[in-house]
Design a protein around this ligand. Sequence first.
Ligand code: ADP
Ligand code: MG
Length: 403
Amino acid sequence: MKILVQKFGGTSVATPDKRAMVAQKVIQAKKTGFSIVVVVSAMGRIGDPYATDTLLEMVNKMCAEADLRELDIIMSCGEIISGVLLSSTLKNMGYPSCFLSGTEAGIITNSDHGNASIIKIEPQKIIKKLQENSIVVVAGFQGCSEEGEITTLGRGGSDTTAAALGVALNAEAVEIYTDVDGIKTADPRLVQDTKTLEKVTYSEICQLAYEGAKVVHPRAVEIAMQKNIPIRIKCTFNDNPGTLISANGDSIERSSIRVTDRLITGIAHSTNITQIKIHVPDGDKFLPKRVFNALALAGISVDFINILPELLLFTVKTDVAKKSVKILENLNIQVEITEGCAKVATVGAGMTGIPGVVAKIVDALSEQNIKIYQSADSYTSIWCLIDEGDLEKAVNALHKKFV
Ligand code: ADP
Ligand code: MG
């Protein structure tokens, strides 16, 4: 059995017309001889009646400290609704189809409600249905803990479901269909003249995705990479070839790949960042320890960390900024905060050791009068923290300089 996993995101399943286009893609693949497993997200975006964020908001409006286990139950409904509708659409078009919730599909996770990790997949039911010639539609983003409770996988969870099923079923490939035809050199919502990356390696895309290019979730890329399952990013609404993500590797399809030696893969960005600045009083060598231990204890992750003898600088996500400040003030630590920051990342494994990259970044941003609050780098990325109001200008300036 040659299995293909196809995942369709929220915008692809939002309306009956769009679901008909999804069904066409599924049927097209089925006709080429594949057994098809389809993973679906919830319909639409916040505001749409059955979108995940809409369901979440309904509960949060009723109760500030809602129960995480119950939140998972309501959040899992979005994918169940879109999955049953897609399965019905396929049946209506004359193709045997079967819908399975995450639990029914054998997706076993840990008990970390709201952000669970897949531990294993027991795919017997999926395989049985495929053998009966059904197209199997699986609810993305959800699983079942070993205690039998419904869990959800956090942001980008349906991508993770698709990749994990691809691995468990030893699929030929995982296709991720969305509203853009591939991975671009920057978010096409901010930059007009982006280029589509035709072939990329897992690690290149992991970097870009970690830095905020939300077209595919980095966790999904990492899972597919473990078993060398190729991922294709394609658009539900056209027939363009999209982007192929794979290793430079070993199977027939994979051996044909030549990844060009590019300096930069692309420019990524993320928002909702708050910068925290703490002046270290004379000689207090233990302040960094107190600050970072207290935040770690509260489960708050920090980024952009600069520790200097007289100053501590770091960022937190804006949704935990107030909590962070409270924790620090309770320890009698005075903080200064800058809200509304954004991070722009210039990403590319090819820039390791190449002189002049930082100079070009600084040039691009200063030519646009953009103030850099902080910067940091790894061997594949250089990040700048800026004001969120400058984001579009910054991404465009960097894209123009490097792509
Ligand atoms: P889905 O609901 O299908 O999962 P997402 O909204 O998660 O879709 O991802 C698709 C979006 O990712 C695109 O609409 C695009 O705005 C955004 N995006 C950000 N960076 C990139 C990039 N480098 N290439 C393509 N899309 C990107
Ligand atoms: Mg997505």
